[in-house]
Write a protein that binds this ligand. Sequence first.
Ligand SMILES: [Zn+2]
Length: 239
Amino acid sequence: MQSRLLDLLDLDTRLTQLDHQLRTLPELTDIARLESAEADLKAEVVRTETAVSDLQREVARAEAAVQQVRDRAARDQARLDEGSGTSKSLQGLQHELASLARRQEVLEDEQLEVMERVEAAQAAADRAVREHATHAEKLAALRVQRDEKAARIGAEREQVAEGRPGIVADLSAELLALYDRVRAHSGTGAAPLVQRRCGGCRLDLNAVDLSRIRNAPEDEVLRCEECGRILVRTEESGL
Ligand SMILES: [Zn+2]
């Protein structure tokens, strides 16, 4: 019956390994890294797109200013072409047209400069959107990969765990309770005695303990003096 403890030990060890694999999937670190960068990339998209729309408003303002000067110049030109009015007022119109032309030139230069800034800002925004999209794709792919691996490990875990009730049924409630107690404390509940050594803490048993174990009845539950694990005698115990 005690040899079934070693079957239980093997099974529980495998379950522990699988749980560890599940917790330490390499994808998890990559996902965490990408997730922490996600907010910054998203903020960069918002920042650059806001800059573009701010500049676009500036372009509209600059266009309106140029148009206003053009309209004024067109009106002046029409009045000048009519030729009505005093020569003084016609002269005044000519002066104004000249100053409007200078003003228009300045405004058009400003407009051009803002349009160039829009272009640069738009390029930066496009770049930010692309970076964010690439990042999101990578993150999604990693999540799929993580989920696939987790599902595989989960399926194996389920399969391994299915064997547990069969083993547990072969053990007494007392022995099982002891196994669980030791396991909660030491990580594993039992250990094989191999070549006079505890398979749990790997310490050699002294002559006194060995002789006691050698003479103990087969169904007696033995414990390692060092680590407290249930010691299971095997063919290789070297007794
Ligand atoms: Zn031990």
